[in-house]
Write a protein that binds this ligand. Structure first.
Ligand SMILES: [Zn+2]
Length: 459
């Protein structure tokens, strides 16, 4: 069978592929730091050469910041075969305090079965499973089972500022049936997972200004509005005592969980016991009628992330502060529209604010939720490929966090995403001593090869 031939290539050349992964990890491709701009270009060129070696037509696109690598296999013999766009990122987070690293962040070192280096899990080690799968397939001499395209960017860790423009300008070049990415984790070391949903995010900053300077509360207290009091009242009006958000129309478009999802979350989702152990909170809290697992993945939220006003130093200072600020975020779910929710939030805050203070609201983040169908041919193929690689069926998960690229791919390319994550959840992502298990490099590459084979026969 053809996929087995490609897997055999991997096994035969295993040492060389691990060495290539080491080369990839040695590039100090830190996107946030401008003195690494040259490393970014070198790294993009190296990826482009890897893709060319795998027989793909690869080229580099420059942006205002860091280059993007694109590649395409071109049309394949089976005209009905789907097109997969493999997405990943070659930029990494800054290594942070070097003293906390057991081995230098850009000198990949294998210990305890894991390759330790900055970017080993996020995302170079996982991107390498894609690149290696292509090289293995090419090596067999067989025609491509599906049309394969690549988009590997260098700005993911700084919020992908150039990506929307690259996608919009190259809709035809990047046209695909599915986007495939490996930038998430498994459920645990032995259990693969398939994430099919992420939450959106709106982030606001509210500023209330009262008197021109802090006032003596004995002299003026009672006759002017206190920005601290006003802000507390506004925030309190956004949510009722049970935790339900009271902004007009907030829940109108929220898609409810299906019975299958509820049953699945009950079986595989976070339990109250796990929640309390992980957080140290005395009791769970949240929207009535939903479990903790549902609340933190499938329900929208409103949270004060920062609150600042008045005197916060030692002892007492009887002032009326001149200003109060709050940072507030909302996690959104399908099918809430970020624009509508953003306006409804502003309206609720404005109508709760008295004329005795000046109010301003600013926006930091604005991103929609993403929800993929779990029964698409790609999800079925992904589940089967994970099953084959790990000997265990994947758990379907909803991510509580936000991945802005997913709604972007859906919106601009019209394609759903398949998230095949191979790292472990505690891989020290963004921290010191980040690692990626070498067995996950092997199983991940096998999984990608099987996925390609299964997708070819899915139509
Ligand atoms: Zn990442």
């Amino acid at each position: 069978m053809s996929v087995d031939a490609a897997i055999a290539v991997f096994d035969r050349n295993y040492d060389a592929f691990v060495e290539d992964l080491g080369t990839f990890l040695r590039f100090q491709s830190v996107s946030a730091q401008s003195d690494h701009a040259g490393d970014m270009v070198d790294c993009a060129r190296w990826i482009s050469r890897q893709l060319a070696t795998a027989g793909l037509d690869a080229h580099i696109v420059s942006t205002d910041r860091h280059p993007v690598v694109l590649a395409d296999s071109g049309p394949v013999p089976d005209a009905n075969a789907p097109t997969l766009l493999f997405y990943g990122h070659y930029d990494v987070q800054p290594p942070g305090d070097l003293k906390l690293w057991e081995s230098p962040p850009f000198e990949p070192t294998i210990r305890n079965g894991a390759i330790h280096a900055r970017g080993s899990a996020d995302d170079k080690g996982q991107v390498m499973t894609h690149l290696t799968a292509m090289r293995c397939w090419r090596e067999t001499g067989m025609p491509w089972p599906v049309r394969v395209k690549f988009l590997i960017e260098g700005e993911e860790e700084i919020g992908s500022p150039s990506l929307p423009d690259v996608l919009r300008k190259r809709v035809d070049e990047l046209a695909c049936d599915y986007v495939v990415l490996s930038d998430t984790a498994k459920l645990n070391a032995e259990t693969p997972s398939l994430a099919y949903a992420t939450r959106g995010l709106i982030y606001k900053e509210i500023e209330i200004e009262g008197p021109r300077r802090d006032l003596h509360s004995g002299q003026y207290g009672g006759a002017v509005a206190n920005p601290g009091n006003v802000l507390a009242r506004i925030l309190a009006k956004l949510q009722d005592d049970s935790g339900r958000i009271t902004i007009d129309g907030f829940y109108d478009k929220v898609r409810e969980l299906t019975d299958w999802e509820k049953a699945h979350l009950k079986r595989a989702g976070l339990t109250d016991k796990q929640l309390l152990a992980a957080t140290g909170c005395p009791a769970p809290a949240g929207e009535p009628g939903y479990t903790s697992a549902e609340r933190c993945t499938a329900r929208p939220t409103l949270d004060v992330n920062g609150l600042l006003t008045g005197y916060t130093g030692e002892g007492a200072a009887t002032i009326i502060p001149n200003r109060a600020t709050a940072k507030v975020s909302m996690r959104l779910v399908a099918d809430q529209d970020p624009g509508t929710i953003s306006e409804a939030f502003d309206q609720a805050v404005r109508s709760a604010c008295p004329p005795s203070v000046r109010l301003s609201i600013s926006n930091h983040t604005h991103c929609a939720a993403y929800l993929a169908p779990t029964d698409s041919p790609a999800m079925k193929a992904a589940a089967a490929a994970l099953m084959a690689a790990y000997g265990k069926p994947p758990v379907f998960t909803r991510e509580g966090g936000t991945l802005p690229i997913l709604p972007l791919f859906k919106q601009i390319l019209g394609a759903d995403s398949v998230m095949l994550g191979f790292s472990v959840p505690d891989c020290n992502l963004h921290g010191p001593n980040e690692f990626f298990h070498v067995t996950d490099f092997r199983r991940g590459t096998q999984c990608i090869l099987r996925f390609m084979g299964l997708m070819a026969s899915s139509v």
